[in-house]
Ligand binder design. Structure first.
Ligand SMILES: *[C@@H]1O[C@H](CO)[C@@H](O)[C@H](O)[C@H]1NC(C)=O
Ligand SMILES: *[C@@H]1O[C@H](CO)[C@@H](O)[C@H](O)[C@H]1NC(C)=O
Ligand SMILES: *[C@@H]1O[C@H](CO)[C@@H](O)[C@H](O)[C@H]1NC(C)=O
Ligand SMILES: *[C@@H]1O[C@H](CO)[C@@H](O)[C@H](O)[C@H]1NC(C)=O
Ligand SMILES: *[C@@H]1O[C@H](CO)[C@@H](O)[C@H](O)[C@H]1NC(C)=O
Ligand SMILES: *[C@@H]1O[C@H](CO)[C@@H](O)[C@H](O)[C@H]1NC(C)=O
Length: 936
């Protein structure tokens, strides 16, 4: 290991700063790996604070590079490094990120003979979270030990915590010199999404003065713009004038980069540059995103014209006839991931016959795709496992994600893997692992844990009762520890009812049974040991036997009652006729499970966590015995209305089943208590997603939610006999599960009607929610299926605009009027939710707006049926997805990927429709859509 001579200088200089890996005010995280302890420093070049990696990883060994590789021009970041000789996977855990935000990740490597072996590792793998980032192959940067390797990726981070892992693939000991994270505006690099990351191949600034590398503070996102000079091939030009910026710039190249450009040496020559494909092991034929930046740096006189063709490989027509947007106005052209795969790529930029000036270019960037669709361990399980690891300082291979990938699952853990949901931890065996201290409460956060073995450790303290809440837990082994106190009542109960096995032998201070405890603790005489203890043991055994007998009988009785079909009688006659349209029996059957109030208390842990609040009562979070998460809607006592709604909903949900209607698992009618138990919808209501500013839904997701909700309604209107009218369709009654599948909920106001006999329901009260209520129904007091269509139209408008049904700004206004007003002026941009950042096919958005406005027509006869709406939304989704059909790199949901190319800049960005490649398919607004206010 090289002497830390520079450390000495640092201390002499007295510039040791206190710092941590918390993001700075810009959200930057700058880590100098291998830097000692609490050390930190301000980098000369960027003025950014770099901190040590201590505390971000609990493995590895810090080293300095060998002194002979120290170079005055080299950034200080690479002087030290951390090497990971042990374990297949070693990780850094970075906290305090913003979940759902886009980050630039950069890792730096300089071998510099740190280990004195003169043998850099051949290669190792790098991961961001559970997703593969890249192979670090030192020979890609030249075999010289003196070369610094840098890898960069732009990804959306799903959580506020991310792990960066180095994986030893047998190519030598992994190491890392520096790790930097820079948050990006969400609108930048729209090709980077939750499912796709961008891996940087090259980023070049042409014509940089004195070959200066540009990064922070010239680039506020601290991208590194490399440069090189080729005076025999091209001429350089530059300006000191400001280059304009414009709103909606997807790439925001820094001004210093755009102030320089190159032209061919010979005016009739061309500019050529390119890159070689770099296949990755998991992606042999990656797609590439190339972004070319152009700014006119000369004031063009009279008839002067700069006009050039951009060709890519043999594709002469890749972008014919481009002119930079205007003097000091920025423009760019970008490729798509779907460009045919080649082994190497060459851009040729050549003036057209009409051009009076040679071509120019200011900069370019090239990225390949990395898919980021792997899902790590369910987040509550993962954080519990990390807390357990930290609490007991577990060594083993406990690094990175606990369950993913399967081949690297943490030792002593077992996980369950389902296709549609994240992996979960089902068993932990930490027997004989030298654990000290008490039993961590984090074990009780592993909600689907079945088996827990902590035997033969040195655990002290009491057994936590919280473990009894783990409904799937069947076996606990705590034997051979120093536990004290008694066995908590919750566990005792689980043991007695036979749902749990507990081994607790060989814990000298643990007492069995409450009274015996105090006695045993106080009386330490031989008498106690020889006389009282055996007596007590007999007593306990006898009482346990009696209890077990008693409980088993009770369980049998309960099971008996559950297996019987249970009948609930509706409250009154009106209930009957409206619910069944007259064609029904007087009793209806409930096939679902019936819960007792006590069971609900257990399931919800004493009604601990409230998920939501409705007119009917509160909704609570719960877990069934098998670990299934459920939502329990408990009727509040205060609501008289509640009984009727409860019965209506219970009745409807027992006879209708559809994948887009929320599923009822069971109900409770226990004395005055009434409750419904539903499947758990982890993503909450659609309303929360529309109103929430954190992570907004992408257009494709919105479209799918619209279609699925419409299918749910279609089932109510057409699949049920007699048809059902929901009567309260709104964004808060559309629930989303973990996969963002939409299901309609809350059937408390639903009514059946017989359209064959025209047997409309007549009630004299209007039900529904302001902003969603059909005006015709309001006038006639006769709900029809078209009333639901109207309300659904409002939901569609919310999905398009991201605005609520009733807007408060600038003045209170119904969303329908608000949208109609804007669309009448052809102003689609002003209507679409800006949080989608242009990630949609404009034609499709128009079509959906059109459907929504038809649904919300004043007269119900003008409105489509929900079946028509389903067909049209299906077409919309196909159209939208058609854009990415040929996307072959996998996991592709990228809304941008099929743009063959698209150019805009400050002079052109508002005029996309004139772009030949794009404009031809663009349907223009008001024409043909009948959206003018006059149109009905
Ligand atoms: C590293 O890259 C070099 C040059 O591209 C290649 O020959 C070598 O096989 C790579 N090594 C590994 C382990 O991938
Ligand atoms: C570029 O280098 C030359 C010669 O070293 C120097 O005179 C000039 O000031 C430098 N220009 C800039 C902008 O740094
Ligand atoms: C520029 O290129 C053209 C065509 O290749 C050639 O005829 C001409 O001589 C070149 N001019 C100079 C100054 O090199
Ligand atoms: C530029 O592209 C156009 C359209 O493909 C073509 O007609 C023209 O010949 C090209 N000009 C040059 C100089 O390659
Ligand atoms: C070149 O100019 C002629 C005459 O002005 C015009 O017809 C032609 O379209 C132009 N070609 C290009 C590629 O702009
Ligand atoms: C258990 O802990 C006690 C007290 O901390 C210590 O004296 C003893 O050596 C430990 N035993 C084991 C097996 O670790």
């Amino acid at each position: 290991m090289a002497p830390r001579w520079w450390l000495l200088i640092l201390f002499l200089g007295g510039s040791v700063l206190q710092a941590s890996s918390q993001p700075n005010s810009r959200g930057f995280i700058s880590i100098d790996c291998g830097l000692m302890g609490e050390e930190s420093y301000v980098d000369d070049e960027t003025n950014l604070l770099y901190v040590s990696d201590a505390g971000l990883t609990d493995t590895g060994t810090p080293y300095d590079i060998s002194a002979e590789y120290y170079r005055p021009w080299r950034s200080r970041n690479v002087r030290s490094l951390r090497s990971f000789p042990d374990g297949a996977r070693n990780c850094y855990t970075l906290r305090s990120l913003v979940s759902g935000l886009k980050y630039l990740f950069r890792a730096t490597f300089l071998y510099g003979n740190y280990d004195g072996l003169n043998k850099p590792p051949a290669s190792f793998d790098l991961y961001i979270g559970v997703n593969f980032w890249t192979v670090v192959n030192m020979s890609w940067w030249g075999s010289d030990q003196d070369n610094t390797a840098e890898v960069e990726a732009i990804v959306v981070v799903p959580h506020d915590l991310v792990q960066v892992c180095l994986v030893n693939t047998g190519g030598g000991t992994p190491f890392i010199s520096g790790l930097e994270l820079r948050p990006l505006k969400m609108s930048l690099y729209p090709q980077a999404t939750a499912e796709l990351g961008l891996f940087l191949l090259t980023r070049q600034n042409f014509g940089a003065i004195n070959e200066t590398i540009i990064r922070f503070p010239d680039d506020p996102y601290d991208r590194i713009w490399d440069t090189w000079s080729r005076p025999t091939v091209w001429k350089e030009m530059s300006t000191t004038e400001r280059v304009d910026s414009f709103d909606g710039d997807y790439f925001e190249a820094p001004m210093a980069v755009l102030q320089t450009a190159i032209m061919p040496l010979n005016d009739s020559g061309s500019i050529r540059f390119g890159w070689k494909a770099e296949p990755q092991p998991n992606n042999p034929s990656p797609g590439y995103l190339a972004v070319l930046h152009f700014v006119e740096l000369q004031v063009l006189a009279g008839n002067a014209l700069r006009h050039f063709n951009i060709s890519l490989n043999n594709d002469q027509n890749w972008f014919p006839g481009y002119t930079p947007p205007g003097y000091l106005k920025r423009g760019y052209v970008h490729s798509s991931f779907t460009y045919p795969r080649e082994s190497s790529y060459l851009f040729t930029i050549k003036a057209t016959a009409n051009s009076t000036l040679p071509p120019i270019i200011n900069a370019y960037e090239v990225f390949s795709v990395i898919t980021t669709t792997n899902v790590g361990t369910e987040s509550q399980d993962a954080s519990a496992a990390m807390a357990i690891k930290a609490r007991y300082k577990v060594q083993k291979n406990w690094m990175g994600d606990p369950c993913f990938p399967k081949t690297m699952t943490w030792d002593s853990l077992n996980c369950s893997y389902a296709t549609a949901s994240p992996p979960r931890i089902t068993s932990i065996n930490l027997s004989s692992s030298g654990l000290n201290g008490d039993i961590s409460s984090s074990f009780a956060n592993l909600k689907v844990l079945q088996y827990l073995n902590l035997s033969n450790n040195n655990l002290t303290g009491a057994i936590p009762d919280a473990l009894s809440q783990l409904q799937s837990l069947t076996d606990i082994d705590l034997s051979g520890n120093q536990l004290n106190g008694s066995i908590p009542s919750g566990l005792l109960k689980r043991i007695q009812d036979g749902s749990l096995n507990l081994r607790q032998g060989n814990n000298p201070n643990l007492c069995i049974g409450d009274n015996s405890c105090q006695l045993a603790a106080k009386t330490k005489s031989k008498l106690a040991i020889y006389v009282i203890l055996p007596l007590l043991v007999i007593l306990v055994i006898v009482s346990v036997v009696v209890l077990v007998f008693f409980f088993q009988r009770r369980r049998k009785q309960q099971q008996g009652s559950m297996n019987n079909r249970t009948m609930i009688k509706p409250q009154n006659e009106e209930e009957m006729s409206t619910s069944h349209g007259g064609a029904s029996d007087s009793l209806w059957l409930v096939e679902n499970r019936r819960f007792t109030y006590r069971e609900l208390e257990m399931i919800t842990n004493g009604f601990e966590r409230v998920l939501g609040q409705g007119g009917f009562g509160r909704v609570y979070d719960g877990f069934l015995e098998d670990g299934t998460q459920v939502a329990v809607k408990l009727r509040s006592h205060s609501s008289k209305q509640g009984v009727k709604e409860f019965l209506t909903e219970a009745q409807i949900l027992t006879r209708i089943h559809h994948k887009n209607l929320v599923t009822m698992i069971g109900y409770c009618k226990d004395g005055e208590y009434m409750a419904l138990v539903y499947e758990y919808m982890s993503q909450g209501t659609l309303q929360e997603h529309i109103a929430g500013s954190e992570r907004s839904l992408r257009w494709r997701q919105r479209l799918r939610i619209a279609l699925e909700s419409a299918q749910g309604l279609e089932y109510l209107h057409k699949g049920c006999n007699p048809p059902l009218i929901h009567r309260d369709v709104k964004a808060t009654n559309i629930l989303l599960n973990a996969q963002l599948e939409a299901k309609i909920a809350d059937f408390g106001l639903s009514k059946a009607f017989d359209h064959h006999n025209g047997n409309y329901i007549s009630t004299n009260t209007i039900v529904g929610t302001p902003g969603y209520v059909d005006p015709e129904y309001q006038a006639t007091v006769q709900p029809t299926t078209k009333s639901d269509v109207y309300s659904f139209g409002v939901v569609l408008l919310e999905l398009v605009t991201g605005k609520p049904a009733i807007l408060s700004e600038p003045e209170p206004m119904n969303i329908i009027h608000w949208v109609r007003q804007r669309l009448a002026r052809g102003n689609m941009e002003g209507v679409v939710d800006t949080r989608m950042h242009g990630g949609y096919n404009i034609n499709v958005v128009w079509k959906v707006a059109e459907i929504a406005l038809k649904c919300t027509a004043q007269e119900s006869a003008q409105r489509p049926t929900i079946a028509d709406v389903v067909v049209q939304l299906q077409e919309c989704l196909e159209l939208e997805e058609g854009r990415t059909r040929d996307f072959s790199t996998g996991g592709g949901n990228n809304d941008y990927s099929s743009w063959n190319y698209n150019a805009y800049g400050s002079g052109q960005s508002t005029d996309v429709s004139k772009n030949a490649a794009f404009g031809t398919e663009l349907r223009m607004p008001t024409v043909g859509l009948g959206l003018a206010p006059a149109a009905r």
